[in-house]
Every structure is written in C-alpha cells, then in structure tokens.
Ligand binder design. Structure first.
Ligand code: NAD
Ligand code: GLY
Length: 369
C-alpha cells in the first residue's frame, strides 16, 4: 500500500509542509513528528467521528489525544460552534504547545484552522481532510475561517498547517453528491492553470466519478501540486492566488442566496465556473468551443448548470458586491483568458455580465430547487 504513497511539499520557507497522499494511512501513519508538545485535540464532527475518529487517534501514539465533536453542516460554520472548540481546549487545559487536528471536510478544516490561528494567539495544526473537496483544496494553503450572515468566509486568518494527510480510502463513505462537489475544484485547476491536466480529466472523469483509486490519487496529487505552486508564489493572495477563485464569486452568491448548506460549495462553484466561462466568451476572451469544453466537463461530473430557482440577476449583483476580491467597491472576477490561463480582472462589461446572469437565472433552478 505504501508503494503508492505520493508526497509533495508546499514550499513556504520555514513554514513549508508536506502533503502525503495514499491509501490506508488513517490508523497507521505516524503523525507525531509533526506534534511539538504532548497534547493533541482532534476536531471533527458527528458524521465523521463514528467513521474515522478512532483510526485518526492511532496516528498519534504516546500523545494525550482529546476530541471535540461539532455538529455537522455549513450552517454551523459560525462563532457559536467555533466557541465549542475553545471551550473544550480550556476545559482540558490545553497549553500553547497543543496541536489541533482537523478531521473532516472543509467546514471542520476551516474552523479547526481558525481555532488554531487564534487559541492562545496561535498554535500548530494538522489537516486530515476526508472529503474530496477538502483533499484537493481547502486543507492546503492556510485559509481558515467562518461565515458571517452577510457573507461567506468573511471572518478568518491565514494559518498554515504542519502537515496534510490524505487517505483516499476515506472517500469510500462519501455521498456521490459530495464527490461531484469535490470534482468541481479538481476541474478548476485544469481550467485555470494546467491544460495537460484538463485533457487528462476529460479522459478520466468517469473513473473519478466511480472513485477508482489510481485515478483519484493522480487527480488529488495534480490538484494539490497546482494549489501548492500557486500558494508558494502568493501565500496571502496579493494577486495570483485569486485565480483559485474561478467561479467562486458567482458560486458564493448562489450559496448565500440558497442558505448555507443548501447548495454544496462545490456545486455552486461548478455552476459559477460555467458562468465565468460564459462571461469570458461574451468578453471575447475564449471561443464558444472552449466554453462548451468547460461546460461539458463540469456536466460530466454531475454538477448543476443553473442558478437556484427564484434567484434573479439582482440577487447576484447584491451578493457579489460582498466579495473579498472587490477593491474600493468595484467588482473583480476571475475570467479565462484562454483554457488553462485565468486572470483576475475589474474590466467587467456590465452589459455582458447582465447577459450571463440572465442566461443562468431561470425559473427551473439547478439542484435543491
Ligand atoms: P463539508 O466539510 O461540509 O463536508 C461535506 C459533508 O461530508 C459533511 O456532511 C461531512 O460531515 C461529510 N463527510 C466528511 N468526510 C466524510 C467521509 N469521508 N465520509 C462521509 N461523509 C463525510 O464540505 P466540504 O465540501 O468538504 O468543504 C466545504 C467547505 O470548505 C466550505 O465551507 C468552503 O467555504 C470551504 N473551503 C475552504 C477552502 C480553503 O482554502 N480554506 C477552499 C475551498 C472550500
Ligand atoms: N480556495 C481558494 C484559496 O485557497 O485561495
């Protein structure tokens, strides 16, 4: 099993860290070299705990391992739930030498990471992502945080993990809808930066939907490599890193409109990437053939292709105005200059944007209409 272990490094100087990818790692991989003190607090949720908590514990032999089990769902990515982590850390007398461990999807990862960034002014943490989306995206790069009722991920901090451990076996229990949501972020890397990978995805998307291990390991490795490269070049999103948000401005508007957790983040990103490709075409940046290529791949991952029922262009305009990429009130979007080449731009043609919004707002809706 260990023969198939793949490793790469997020090159951030003294804060560099490894990403280890393989099968059968939970329960056997020794993570204690990444723990400085004696205490470990595993943060997980009520869905993941019965599946993987005991095997995650076994990755920390000889340590005091405590746990906090959060309610499950994007709607709990808030101050009140975050406080449960601090309550537990203080109850169990965890010192500033403690290490937090995020065991779960992106919600648990973002919250445990933010708790680590702020507990006693910052303690180390380790990511053990268990959804495809968290394995290819949220566990890498150090973005942590929670939602605010007025905007997603608006409260947070940059805080890099000590290590990321990705066990592809954990995907075996993931509902198909969550697999598709993760594939949206995988496809994103092909669209923004890697046309070779885009071609590979077109050949292998069916194997990924079917959770074939070899294809999964390859897709996760190539996605993490792309993300690690971008993060190493622009850790705090001064510029380049924003391309990782292809489709996210439209997607965050959809998520906020629908109510956190109604649409999955990756589902909203999938539709958002179709909208970004549509606007890129309307602004003369890519061809109709390119747009169709993007849409077909996203559809083959079983992702929705319309905004939620009842969502109108004005909803998008209002919600997209609250986006971290906006500067001085002007809208900035990630568009495709070509396939495999994304750009962040404030050169948005309002008439063309309106046309894209109209094209994706229908009365029928995407998922969960
Ligand atoms: P999630 O964390 O809500 O997990 C999805 C569901 O799968 C949950 O019900 C979870 O309990 C369950 N689950 C997790 N692992 C499982 C497993 N192995 N088997 C069965 N069920 C399992 O959602 P997600 O898609 O992983 O993450 C989305 C979150 O990530 C959003 O909050 C988004 O904002 C955030 N995000 C952050 C970054 C970042 O850079 N920090 C990047 C992308 C997304
Ligand atoms: N998911 C976007 C980023 O990490 O920057």
């Amino acid at each position: 099993m260990r023969d198939s272990l793949r490793e790469l490094t997020v090159e951030l100087g003294e804060r560099a860290y490894p990403i280890v990818i393989g099968q059968g790692l939970l329960g056997s991989y020794d993570l204690t070299p990444f723990v400085q003190g004696t205490q470990v607090m595993i943060v997980t949720n009520e869905t993941v705990a019965p599946l993987y908590l005991e095997s995650a514990r076994a990755c920390f032999p000889g340590k005091q391992v405590d746990t906090v089990i959060l309610p499950d769902g994007e709607k709990y990515k808030d101050w009140q739930t975050l406080n449960l982590i601090f309550d537990r850390l203080l109850e169990m007398r965890h010192s500033r030498k403690t290490t937090l461990v995020a065991l779960g999807g992106g919600v648990v990862g973002d919250m445990a990471g933010f708790a680590a960034a702020s507990y006693q002014r910052g303690v180390p943490f380790i990511q053990i992502p268990t959804t495809l989306l968290s394995q290819v995206d949220s566990s890498v790069g150090g973005k942590t945080g929670i939602n605010h009722p007025l905007g997603k991920n608006m409260i947070g901090a940059f805080h890099q993990p000590e290590a990321v451990l990705i066990d592809t076996d954990s995907l075996g229990t993931l509902p198909p809808r969550e697999v598709s949501a993760g594939l949206a972020e995988v496809i994103k890397y092909g669209l923004i930066r890697d046309t070779d990978f885009l071609g590979w995805l077109e050949q292998n998307i069916a194997s990924l939907v079917d959770l074939e291990t070899a294809a999964l390991v390859e897709a996760i490795y190539r996605s993490c490599a792309c993300k690690a490269e971008v993060v190493a070049l622009d850790e705090k999103e001064g510029g380049l890193r924003a391309i990782l948000n292809l489709g996210h401005t439209f997607g965050h508007a959809i998520e906020t409109f629908a109510g956190y957790g109604t649409w999955l983040h990756g589902e909203a990103v999938g539709t958002g990437m179709m909208m970004a490709a549509d606007l890129s075409l309307r602004q003369g940046m890519i061809s109709e053939q390119d747009r169709i290529r993007a849409v077909r791949l996203i559809e083959r991952a079983s992702l929705p292709g319309q905004a939620p029922a009842g969502m109108v262009p004005d909803d998008f305009r209002r919600l997209m105005a609250v986006d971290k990429k906006n500067v001085d009130g002007s809208l900035r979007l990630v568009l495709l200059r070509a396939m495999g080449d994304a750009v962040v731009t404030d050169q948005i043609d309002t008439n063309q944007l309106d046309a894209t919004l109209r094209a994706y707002c229908t009365t029928s809706g995407g998922v969960n209409a």
